[in-house]
Design a protein around this ligand. Structure first.
Ligand SMILES: Cc1cc2nc3c(=O)[nH]c(=O)nc-3n(C[C@H](O)[C@H](O)[C@H](O)COP(=O)(O)OP(=O)(O)OC[C@H]3O[C@@H](n4cnc5c(N)ncnc54)[C@H](O)[C@@H]3O)c2cc1C
Length: 470
């Protein structure tokens, strides 16, 4: 077993030679992939490009007991542990250089109980998979805007998606979880059992253990009115879109991407290359009321494409390219308002970008999410009004400095009084930025729970909250 006083030293000195791949293959039912294996390169690839790390081993456990054994292996060898569900970490945290990747993607059991409107979902499922299965019962829970994102990472950070104003964050619908802690125990946590840990995992990310399955509350969402609306982007349409989204009923959540129009077949050729608002909208309610709620957006300007229509909720997830691995320079923040002058700032910065694609993504919050007290979960930004993500997607890793500087300048130009940020969109930006995700007493409370459940910081390849010093 681990001698606690030597843990740090072992972390520094452990090398891949401390494990035997062939022995691990005997120990685990799940797949064990080493550098010599044909599928090693595929298995070490994560969603974002430009992350080229070579783990000593990738282990894909099939159940919580096997997860606990991987956690113990990391503890006992001192090797760095990367925990991966869907592999979409913005900061590249789901693959380790020289360490162990605990890849949970084989754990996909899903038990939906339509009567109680609840579901137990293993962490290897994607947002799209749970959404599609729940919709077969006319039910839904909000994750994010992309079907391939893993439910593990998105839930543990909060979960801001197309139902956020109507049904809150993903964590607002989390009823319980099964978690493997640093000492290898398997705990079930909820409001009554280990309430401190249950509080921490609702926003605190992967700092406290490996969640193997989640129990979610589902909502009746038999159909929606929504889809894509594309408008020309001007200071007036951007500010107008935000004003309408704030005034809209809570049933309506939307994501407005201000960007240059790619040559999409459904856009008139004269729109290609011009600045557009590429909005994806969901009205989760009655069809007629939905059409009424969407009318003011359609009236902001003549739409260049209007694909808003009644549909089933899973249809909102756009088809994805299998081998799409963008390199991104991104910043996330909250702002209080977007008026004409802020809209002009957005347009000016997008025009100054030299990236293949640059975008400012605007999400009006509020509604159910804002009614949860700020200290009820580790996601404290309940009163934040608008989330903004700016990103440059580029191809040549050598251009990194240029695009990172652009993203930083853009974010600085948009900064208003809300200094918080949402951890799941945070890149690798240092401790001050992680602290901004956990303002006020949230950080101290998380650090003390971390000290109780993970005093040696075994789970450290994440937006790390170091254990409080006693
Ligand atoms: C294209 C894209 C679109 C996105 N859209 C949205 C959106 O609309 N809304 C939103 O809220 N977020 C969104 N995100 C951010 C997303 O929520 C985070 O990147 C999230 O961490 C991804 O989860 P994952 O399981 O796919 O990632 P992973 O890379 O597998 O995990 C990310 C981190 O979470 C932790 N983790 C994951 N699973 C577990 C587990 N079971 N137990 C313990 N720790 C775990 C680990 O620390 C890991 O490093 C988006 C990201 C991308 C790339």
């Amino acid at each position: 077993m681990v001698n606690k006083t030597n843990a740090q030293a072992r972390q520094a000195t452990a090398t891949p030679t401390t494990i035997s791949i062939s022995q691990l293959r005997k120990d685990f039912r799940g797949a064990v992939i080493g550098p010599e294996d044909a599928d090693y390169d595929r298995a070490r690839t994560v969603f974002y490009g430009g992350i080229d790390r070579h783990p000593a081993v990738i282990i894909k456990p099939v159940n919580a007991e096997e997860v606990a054994r991987v956690v113990s292996l990391a503890r006992e060898t001192g090797m760095e542990l990367a925990v991966r569900s869907g592999g979409h970490s913005t900061a590249g945290h789901s693959v380790s250089e020289g360490g162990i990747v605990l890849d949970l993607s084989a754990m996909k059991d899903l038990q939906i109980d339509p009567k109680s409107r609840t579901a137990w979902a293993e962490t290897g499922l994607t947002a799209g998979e749970v959404t599609t299965a729940a919709a077969a019962h006319g039910l839904a829970i909000g994750f994010g805007d992309t079907g391939s994102v893993g439910i593990g990472g998105i839930t543990l950070g909060g979960g801001v998606g197309y139902l956020v104003r109507k049904h809150g964050l993903t964590i607002d619908n989390l009823l319980a979880a099964e978690i493997v802690t640093a000492d290898g125990q398997i705990l079930e946590v909820d409001e009554k059992n280990h309430p401190d840990l249950f509080w921490a995992i609702r926003g605190g990310g992967g700092n406290f253990g490996v969640v193997t399955r989640f129990k979610f509350r589902l909502h009746e969402v038999p159909s929606i009115v929504g889809g894509m609306l594309i408008l020309p982007a001007t200071p007036d349409t951007i500010a107008g879109f935000i004003a309408e989204a704030e005034a809209a009923p809570e049933e309506l959540s939307s994501i407005a991407n201000v960007m240059f129009a790619p040559p999409m077949p459904f856009l008139p050729p004269e729109a290609h290359g011009k600045l557009i608002i590429f909005a994806i909208m969901v009205y989760a309610g009655d069809t007629e009321a939905g059409q009424r709620a969407l009318a003011p957006f359609r009236a902001l300007a003549t739409p260049q494409a209007d694909m808003l229509k009644p549909m089933s909720y899973p249809e909102i997830y756009q088809p994805e390219e299998g081998e799409y691995h963008p390199v991104a320079a991104a910043r996330t923040m909250f702002v209080d308002s977007i008026d004409r002058s802020v809209a002009e700032t957005i347009i000016n910065h997008l025009q100054a970008s030299s990236a293949a694609m640059s975008v400012a993504q605007l999400r009006v919050l509020g509604g159910a999410m804002a009614r949860v007290p700020a200290d009820a979960t580790a996601f404290a930004h309940r009163k934040s009004r608008i989330m903004v993500n700016v990103a440059a997607l580029y191809e040549k890793p050598g251009d990194k400095a240029k695009h990172e500087a652009w993203a930083s300048d853009f974010a600085a130009a948009l900064q208003q009084s809300d200094k918080g940020l949402y951890v799941n969109f945070l890149s690798a930006e240092g401790e001050a930025r992680i602290r901004a995700a956990y303002p006020g007493s949230t950080w101290d409370r998380l650090a003390s729970i971390k000290a109780r459940y993970d005093p040696e910081n075994l789970f450290r390849l994440n937006q790390n909250i170091a254990p409080a010093v006693p």
